[in-house]
Write a protein that binds this ligand. Sequence first.
Ligand code: MF3
Ligand code: CO
Length: 249
Amino acid sequence: MAIVCKSVGEIEKMRRSGRVVRQVLESVIALVAPGVSTMDLERAAEKKIRDLGAKPAFKGYYDYPCVLCTSINQEVVHGIPSEKRKLVAGDIVSIDCGVVLDGFYGDSAVTVPVGVISNDVRRLVEVTEQSLYKGIEAARVGNRLGDIGAAVQEFVEAAGFTVVREFVGHGIGTRLHEDPQVPNYGVRDRGLKLHEGMVLAIEPMVNAGAAAVRVLEDKWTAVTQDGKPSAHFEHCVAITKDGPFILTD
Ligand code: MF3
Ligand code: CO
């Protein structure tokens, strides 16, 4: 599949989708507290998406049942909201949301602490978020995809954590997932050249322990094999002649 570069006007539309995703995430983050179920977050997100005139991007995508992915602690990505999963103080929960507005998609994720969390887990969350910004910094005309992956990977590994390989970021536009794939690992100066108008969803998934993951029997929830926690942050970023433009903040 070809890579679709976006015009300035299309990027402006994607900025509007990105803003909706951000507003949804902010409203859901405000609800995160011990005793709240991940289905409570899901319901709030779905209402907010529709109130803002958008549609959920994930619900129905390969039969995924919800508008959010909510992944707790050792869950890496694609955790399915459930009435039975109540947040507990000390947990971290990754909240991933996608919407489509006026034909263009937005996709973003954050990892949020529930009550007071341990220093070790807080550092995992901070390093993961910072690694996303390292990747974004490298999303520049003339750089290559490997520069993004290497920037994330080097930062994560220097902090003593590991980068998940089985899931990657992606192009995004009139579809949720477009080419190219955007790995969170790589070699500088290698891979596809980045051009003005490319829009990439950069989404590092970082494990406290080993990088290995497996998918549960529900066919969606990815968890760390060693049971240690994992964090996830994601932004959509347009590559412009003036540098990276974050669409989902
Ligand atoms: N942000 C994730 C991704 O880009 C979430 C996808 S969930 C799915 O892959 F249900 F839509 F698959
Ligand atoms: Co994504």
